[in-house]
Write a protein that binds this ligand. Sequence first.
Ligand code: PRT
Ligand code: ZN
Length: 288
Amino acid sequence: MTDRVRIAVQKNGRLSDESTKLLKKCGISFNKSSDKLFLRSSNMMVDILMVRDDDIPKLVHQNIADLGIVGENVLKEKLLADKTLNIERETKLGFSKCRLAFAKPKDLIDADLNNKKIATSYPAIVEDYLSKNSINAEIVEIHGSVELTPFVGISDMICDLVSTGITLESNNLEECYTVLESQALLIKSSKIEVSKSALIKKIVSRINSVIEASDSKYIMFNADSKDIESLVDLLPAAESPTVIPLANKNKVAIHSVCKEEIFWETIEALKFQGASSILVLPIEKLAH
Ligand code: PRT
Ligand code: ZN
């Protein structure tokens, strides 16, 4: 076996760009190519496998890939459909967020799932949901155009991924119940070879740093010394802030890392409480 670490990512689709961007931010250099299954990093002992997202859990289970990036929805479906799969979940990656939800035609008054025909590409997840909720319904497995099935007599309701809701809306469907909240996930083989484990640990740690940094912001502002406490209280998930005296004796500069997004509402509240010259900066890397 090779000592090169293999990472499986989606070749084309909603996970693809963010997955390769994330690996590049971790210092792994490679050139994306539309026709290659296998990309070799030029600076690290890493190969990237470009595959369909549905194949990623199995590749990681079989140890053909050491790491993989896949939607929680696909992972859960595969795990429920094949109980022998042995995969470690590592980190939620914060992109490709969506939810798996039941939806019904707007003119169907009754949203009860009992005795309904439900079309879905996620039969194992739906089956699990129905049995946990003691619902008796028929599942129709279909891949593609699930949203059209109620209008051609294939189903009464659907269970499909929703992101903005525009697809449901434009097909005269309305969402009823959420089954699963999903986002991209880093998964790891549970049979890592010793010769690769240090590099895999390094890559996982870099991915965690990039994810933590992308959620974090660096904020700086000036304020009256008397307002320090009330202003710091407004900062979301702030690490212990640095307070720097300014030439004007009553004034200070406050600097802090916030481990959450800083919304406009927070900036407006800071201004209202007397903060000035507010600067919010992105953080590229955050290591502890
Ligand atoms: O070819 P391959 O098998 O690799 O790709 P794929 O066609 O199976 O998957 P792809 O690229 O469509 O999606 C990959 C993953 O992205 C999914 O498994 C989810 O984890 C995630 N994701 C995030 C989504 C969506 N958002 C999403 N909106 N996957 C699909 N959709 C579809 C949904 O099925 C529906 O048709 O978009 C439509 C709804 O979107 P809205 O915005 O109209 O609500
Ligand atoms: Zn797929």
